[in-house]
Design a protein around this ligand. Structure first.
Ligand code: HEM
Length: 374
């Protein structure tokens, strides 16, 4: 298959070498603010609970987390960057199936003008974040800092105007990290809460595990990896409700996969949800929620070691997987300590393909604060 070279080095540097533990502390702080909001809402109702679309809460939480990872203390400005990007993506999606008319994109239509305005806003926001760092040479220890550091280093002795191209590259990288990093984790959390709501015995089991480890104390970032059953539930959620729906590859040589002959240059789509429910790989219970299949780790859960494809595999696999697992664990641990949750009676189960696997009408749950960890 196609070998991907040219992946910028800092991507790995940041997510492998940088202290994920430090980030977990910030993740827990954001999760605590979310929990506080849920508690406040519940306290205003006579029945002591609140009905929320938890998908929206997780979406805001994961935006804050990824924005902090990229922009550090400028994360609020970073959030504005992402809002502009999301709106731009919406415009692109609206026109996705339009027949391309040459030159149309240069006409000052209402949509094009909105697009140009957003592009200008995006650039100006990023410039506001980047310029002060360039001026002081204090690039920061967030992802943006690592990117600036590496772009300056490669241009040692180069002219200042060379940086304009790097700004484009930086914008591109910020976009990639934002889109790759926030929605998938938000969906992992959403589908986990869905499954824990319809399998309350697993919700109780995980709550006991969390309470055994942390009691009423705030989850300790260094001990999150001890939550074995939670890890199994997250993997099983990724198997049944993988946020990423497909991967694309291209063969670089004639090859044979099983009994299928693939010529050089063939484009291949790998449909993750279908592979994740393949009974030949996962067994006859492939459609069932059985987290214990992961009790001996990912590689032993299926009949083949690489059955779980949610984070892909190989040189182009997800570099944010540890980040997202820690984010999901810290948030779920806090949620389980503080609340019980059930599906709202008006919830309609409608997972839908919108590039990622989303709950079409959101995930409405009844959230009830708990007095204490039993
Ligand atoms: C549940 C959460 C996540 C899932 C399911 C997920 C899934 C994936 C998958 C399937 C790929 C590979 C695509 C391919 O092979 O073609 C990928 C790549 C990637 N992911 Fe994730 N991801 C998640 C979270 C994150 C997070 C939190 C970040 C960043 C902090 C991130 C950053 C990336 C990047 C930078 C790539 C590489 C894109 C490239 O190759 O250029 N992901 N992810």
């Amino acid at each position: 298959m196609e070998h991907f070279s040219g992946m910028p080095n800092y991507r790995n540097i940041y997510f492998i070498l940088c202290s994920l533990q430090m980030m977990t502390k910030t993740m827990l702080d954001f999760a605590k603010s979310m929990a506080k909001e849920l508690e406040d809402q519940a306290s205003q109702n006579d029945n002591g609970e609140t009905k929320v679309d938890i998908n929206k809460f997780f979406s805001e939480l994961t935006v804050d987390n990824i924005s902090y990872a990229i922009f550090g203390s400028s994360y609020k400005l970073g959030n504005e960057v992402f809002q502009a990007q999301t709106e731009l993506l919406g415009i692109t999606m609206e026109t996705f199936l339009d027949v391309p008319i040459p030159g149309f994109k240069y006409l000052p239509t209402e949509r094009n003008q909105r697009k140009w305005m957003l592009e200008r806003k995006l650039k100006s926001l990023l410039t506001q974040i980047i310029q002060p760092r360039l001026a002081t040479s204090e690039y920061g220890n967030d992802l943006l800092g690592v990117m600036l550091d590496s772009c300056i280093e490669t241009k040692k002795g180069g002219k200042q105007e060379d940086l304009s191209l790097s700004l484009e590259e930086i914008i591109h990288e910020c976009k990639l990290f934002f889109f790759a990093g926030h929605e998938n984790t938000s969906l992992l959390l959403t589908w986990s809460v869905y499954l824990l709501s319809i399998y309350p015995e697993w919700q109780d089991r995980l709550r006991k595990e969390v309470c055994k480890e942390f009691g009423r104390e705030s989850p300790n970032p260094n001990a999150l990896n001890k939550l074995k059953e939670m890890t199994m539930v997250l993997f099983e959620t990724l198997r049944l409700y993988s946020p990423a729906l497909f991967m694309q590859r291209k063969t670089v040589t004639n090859m044979t996969v099983g009994s299928i002959k693939l010529p050089k240059g063939m484009a291949i789509v790998i449909p993750i949800p279908i592979m994740h429910r393949d009974k030949e790989v996962w067994g006859d219970d492939a459609d069932e929620f059985k987290p214990l299949r992961f009790k001996d780790g990912i590689t032993r859960a299926a009949k083949v070691p690489h059955g779980l494809l949610a984070f892909s595999m190989g040189p182009r696999s997800c570099i944010g997987q540890n980040f997202s697992m820690l984010e999901a664990k810290s948030t779920l641990a806090l949620m389980l300590q503080k609340f019980s949750f059930t599906l709202s009676p008006d919830y309609v189960h409608a997972p839908v393909d919108m590039f990622t696997l989303k709950p079409k009408f959101g995930l409405h749950v009844l959230v009830r604060p708990l007095d204490k960890c039993n």
